[in-house]
Design a protein around this ligand. Structure first.
Ligand code: C5P
Length: 219
């Protein structure tokens, strides 16, 4: 691993702003970007469409192992079909968090996630980037925000895309998802011991990005 490309791991709960922040940090540095949640969502979409049961860990892992998505210019294609918007649906996100409890599925996605690590570097966002997938990351950030701030952000994201939603329902959904992500026995959502914590509730995206670039520069 010594000569492997450097990694910045950005972990945190759903709708903490990790995705936007990680993409901005990657583009500021000219590094690659991994949205690991998208891989769990792709596996969930495939499970939904092929009728795999949430409890069938082996079939889910097999479906995940054969995922061959193409990420290009912010668009995601799976089996020749564009699924960028489909995987952002709330039902797909909720299913992703339910199947993510299976160690077999998580193991099946490890290699695919690590294949994104290429020079000059990688910014990876998810739940277990700093703890499991890239434990040797040069910088680990655990990005949080209050549940209310996150529900409001998710509401805005959805309405920008033309989807209607209720803040109360979103708040409920993300509490359920937080609880499941934090309490699962394999790779639970928790800061790596050597992670720096950043609460973004009262910060702008620019401020969060600037803080991470500053830590990176001093690393
Ligand atoms: O980040 P995002 O909301 O797109 O992820 C969808 C779900 O995938 C999460 O709720 C989580 O359960 C799961 N996930 C995970 N580990 C990751 C990324 C996502 O378990 N590294």
């Amino acid at each position: 691993m010594e000569h492997a490309a450097p990694v910045i791991a950005i972990d945190g709960p759903t709708a903490s702003g990790k995705g936007t922040v990680a993409q901005r940090v990657a583009s500021a540095l000219g590094w690659h970007y991994l949205d690991s949640g998208a891989l769990y969502r792709l596996a969930a979409l495939r499970a939904l469409e092929t009728g795999i049961s949430v409890s069938d860990a082996r079939a889910l892992a097999e479906a995940a192992r054969t995922l061959d998505p193409v990420f290009s210019d912010g668009r995601i294609t799976l089996d020749g079909r564009e699924v960028t918007d489909d995987i952002r649906r709330e039902d797909v996100g909720l299913l992703a968090s339910r199947i993510a409890v299976h160690p077999e599925l998580r193991a099946a996605l490890l290699e695919l996630q690590r294949s994104f690590r290429r020079p000059p570097g990688l910014v990876a966002d998810g739940r277990d980037m700093g703890t499991v997938v890239f434990p040797d990351a040069r910088l680990k950030v655990f990005l949080t925000a209050t549940a209310e701030a996150r529900a409001e952000r998710r509401h805005k994201q959805l309405s920008d895309k033309g989807f209607s939603s209720s803040i109360a329902a979103l708040l409920q959904d993300l509490k359920v998802r937080d609880e499941r992500d934090s309490s699962r026995s394999t790779a639970p959502l928790k800061p790596a011991e050597d992670a720096r914590r950043l609460d973004s509730s009262d910060l702008t995206i620019d401020q969060v990005v600037a803080q991470i670039l500053d830590w990176h520069g001093k690393g």
